[in-house]
Design a protein around this ligand. Structure first.
Ligand code: SF4
Ligand code: SF4
Length: 457
């Protein structure tokens, strides 16, 4: 396969915890479990304050088709059901459970009965699993395709390209059995014929462990990819593993592909065999302010602070705390925020790593264009956004931006390109909504007019 030159950037590797198998932390005194840890409708609580719950017990039902159920991650008592401020700046309902320290599993846990595609998808939905690589898209919706013939290839995402983050790396080393089981389930119940596991070359142990696994399976291959950020981006990965291009505004399935993160696959398989839904997460805890970086198995809802404490606390004052890696992570104002289903890392950075230099004027060097994996023109998008020129933003395909941060990473003027792209996408969305509202209004008026005319006749 001859593909054009790769775009992207070489980011510092800093995988300090890659050799550290995850350590399980004790249940913290309380967990705060948000009802929205996924894309789509929030889950609806089914427990009341004061109720006793056990690990794996349903505490909130999926709130719609694109949603996901939520389960208790500790045993104990529901202390509070209240709104909490999320890292997005929005308020969201959350269930606070006071742990009894026992971690008693819910007695009703049994592996689901899976006999065909529909019962498989039902079980995927009941597992509470969402895209665990960070996307948080409900996995049952992703796998619940209408026409299975469309699925020509499944790409297993093992290209963990963000600096610091090693939770997927550990899955590929520690949970081979579960990844294999997950692939077998997709082969059996979805009729998947071809599976490609994409892993960056700078993880040779993962390439080997997955390669050994694949050699004993039918229709599974491992592709060692150049270590270039953002190799793990869905569209980038599809292109570099299969040569297929996902058209603008379309889904991977439109290119015959489904991408599933390796940890998501392993979590699904665990549920299918044990009946224990998603209640805990391997989280990489690292950054220049953290005393003893580790991979931690944490109950969902544990506070960031409890994970930092488990890692010996801070060796210097953290100036920036992030959900996720330094390229796409989200900064939070304090360490009270909880581990969520899609949290794969939390970082605490000291002053040296946290302070960003002041932006200066664009020097039109074109580095941002060279770096963009989607061949966008970030400097031009910034100029169009500054003029609020929505038509030009559309021409520049600003909506395609996956906010990977490559452009900002290489920009010598330190322009805030990712933030501007986010705002540009928001501007397009607002314009689309206004146009739709206007079209709906006109259609309504036309219908009313036609109705009146019909009544006169
Ligand atoms: S324009 Fe978007 S997709 Fe391209 S490099 Fe910048 S953040 Fe990434
Ligand atoms: S990399 Fe920065 S300075 Fe260079 S063209 Fe892009 S925005 Fe301008």
């Amino acid at each position: 396969m001859n593909l054009p030159k790769l775009h992207g950037v070489h980011v510092p590797h800093r995988k300090n915890t890659a050799q550290m198998p995850p350590q399980r932390m004790n249940a913290p005194q309380t967990v705060t479990i948000p009802m929205s840890m996924h894309i789509g409708a929030p889950a609806d609580p089914v427990v009341k304050v004061g109720e006793t719950v056990k690990v794996g017990q349903l505490i909130a039902r999926a709130g719609g088709f694109v949603s996901s159920p939520v389960y208790a991650s500790v045993s104990g008592k529901v202390k509070k059901i209240d709104d909490m401020l999320m890292s997005t700046g929005r308020f969201m309902k959350a269930i606070v459970i006071e742990s009894d320290g026992e971690q008693t599993p819910y007695e009703g846990l049994t592996p689901p009965e899976v006999t065909d595609f529909q019962s498989f998808i039902n079980a995927v939905r009941d597992s509470g699993v969402v895209g665990l690589g960070g996307a948080g898209f409900p996995t049952a919706v992703k796998l619940g395709v209408k026409d299975l013939k469309q699925v020509e290839v499944v790409v297993v995402n093992g290209a963990e390209c963000e600096p610091y983050v090693t939770s997927d790396t550990r899955t590929m080393l520690d949970d081979v059995k579960w990844i294999r089981r997950g692939i077998e389930l997709m082969q059996k119940f979805m009729g998947v014929r071809r599976v490609v596991i994409g892993i960056e070359k700078n993880k040779p142990e993962c390439v080997k462990s997955m390669g050994d696994m694949a050699s004993a399976m039918e229709g599974v291959e491992v592709m060692a990819l150049p270590a270039l950020y953002p190799q793990g981006g869905e569209k980038v990965l599809i292109y570099h593993t299969t040569g297929r291009i996902v058209p603008e505004g379309k889904l991977p399935l439109d290119a015959g592909a489904i991408v599933i993160n390796c940890t998501t696959l392993a979590a699904l398989a665990k549920y299918m065999d044990t009946g224990m839904p998603l209640v805990e997460k391997v989280v990489t805890v690292d950054g220049s302010a953290v005393k003893e970086p580790k991979n931690v198995i944490a109950p969902i809802g544990a506070s960031m602070q409890s994970l930092f404490d488990f890692c010996g606390g801070f060796k210097s004052e953290p100036k920036k705390v992030l959900y996720g890696g330094p390229m796409m992570g989200i900064a939070v104002p304090n360490t009270d925020f909880p581990v969520m289903k899609n949290t794969n890392a939390i970082l605490a950075l000291d002053e040296k790593d946290a302070i960003l230099p002041e932006p200066t004027a664009c020097i039109r060097c074109g580095s941002c264009v060279d770096a963009c994996p989607l061949r966008l023109m970030p400097a031009a998008i910034e100029a169009a956004y500054n003029k609020r020129n929505v038509d030009r933003l559309r021409e520049l395909h600003a909506n395609l931006c996956m906010e990977c941060g490559c452009c900002a990473f290489v920009c010598p003027a330190k322009r805030m390109l990712v933030q501007t792209n986010k705002l540009a996408k928001g501007l397009i969305a607002a314009d689309n909504a206004a146009k739709k509202a206007e079209a709906d209004r006109k259609a309504r008026e036309a219908a009313e007019k036609a109705e009146k005319e019909a009544a006169v006749k």
